[in-house]
Design a binder for this molecule. Structure first.
Ligand code: G3H
Ligand code: 13P
Ligand code: ZN
Length: 317
């Protein structure tokens, strides 16, 4: 069943976070649905602009539509990840997405608000919810001065004004993470001090954490042992998700970790079975491993086991 993130966030707020996972193909979709249904977790399926263009957006959307029938127990939102205004409007017009992200965070404050506001008006008219972003995600080298590093983070004092003026339904905040497999060069980590200040100014408002892959070291070591060259890859400590959830983070974005599972499975498969040229054996292993990974993540996020409670809540509506 496809729902909006608003319904999921209302249940999760302050207690647990919903996993938001990116997909690009059928195998990722199968692993994702299996892992969430097996761990009884509500979830968010994210399509980026790049994912929509990888084949044809309709192919990916058709996979998700079919998954509604194949996995009747699944409860999830379909979300556009990091949309520009044009892509947001396309997704809103399609009627398929229950949620879109407008990412105008590179624009000056007032322009970010103006763009977000236009998307919000179009989305709300169709019952679709909107995530917006304030602050700049990006890797910060350890030697960078604190003031310089802080300038990229979401300014708590601006967050309230941004939400009020833009009308967005959730806010992606920059609190020290970055996208990809190389998030920290040293002892940097999540800036809970900044998150706490944002929550103080926006109590009860759903916050989103991008760049939340944990880049498991075991995964990196296995990739490198099978011919990969990922040096110094480092992610977010997954044991900190629970603390972030208490501070208002209701959505945690994870993409890179799924790519690492894909990379490990295929590198090991080609190394261990050099005579094989059939795509299905590694594909099957990947789907099973990705499902296992998702179930594990949901355990860390606290979303595992919440499906029945969400279903009961939705039935009352
Ligand atoms: O935040 C970006 C996501 O990881 C999506 O990545 O644009 O390469 O699909 P992508
Ligand atoms: P990761 O690169 O940490 O997986 O972040 C994904 C993300 O934020 C998608 O929007
Ligand atoms: Zn992101």
């Amino acid at each position: 069943m496809i729902v909006t993130t608003k319904e999921l966030f209302a249940h999760a707020y302050g207690t647990y976070a919903i996993g938001a996972y990116n997909i690009n193909n059928l195998e990722q979709a199968m692993g994702l649905f299996r892992g969430n249904v097996e761990s009884k977790a509500p979830f968010i399926i994210q399509l980026s602009k790049g994912a929509r263009a990888y084949t044809d957006k309709r192919m990916l959307e058709a996979i998700i539509r079919t998954a509604v029938d194949v996995f009747p127990d699944a409860i999830f939102a379909v979300h556009l990840d990091h949309g520009d205004e044009e892509t947001c409007m396309d997704c809103i017009a399609s009627g398929f997405y229950s949620s879109v992200m407008i990412d105008a965070s590179a624009e000056p404050f007032d322009e970010n608000i103006a763009i977000t506001r236009r998307v919000v008006e179009a989305a709300h008219a169709k019952g679709i919810v909107v995530e917006a972003e304030l602050g700049k995600l990006g890797g910060v080298e350890e030697h960078v001065a604190v003031a310089e590093a802080d300038a990229k983070l979401t300014d708590p004092a601006q967050a309230k004004e941004f939400v009020e003026r833009s009308g967005c339904d959730s806010l992606a905040c920059a609190i020290g993470t970055s996208h990809g497999a190389y998030k920290f060069t040293g002892s940097q980590g999540l800036r809970f001090d900044v998150l706490e200040e944002i929550q103080k100014r926006l109590p009860g408002f759903p916050l989103v954490m991008h760049g939340s892959s944990s880049v498991p070291q075991e995964e990196v070591e296995r990739i490198n042992a099978a011919g990969g060259q990922l040096k110094g890859a480092k992610g977010v400590d997954e044991n900190q998700f629970a603390r972030a959830a208490k501070l208002g983070v209701t959505k945690v974005n994870i993409d890179t970790d799924g790519r690492l599972v894909w990379c490990r499975v295929h590198r090991e498969s080609f190394r261990d079975d050099p005579e094989n040229f059939d795509l299905r054996p590694p594909g099957k292993v990947f789907m099973a491993e990705y499902a296992k990974f998702i179930a594990h993540k949901n355990g860390k996020l606290g979303s595992a086991g919440q499906l029945d409670a969400i279903r009961a809540l939705l039935a009352k509506k």
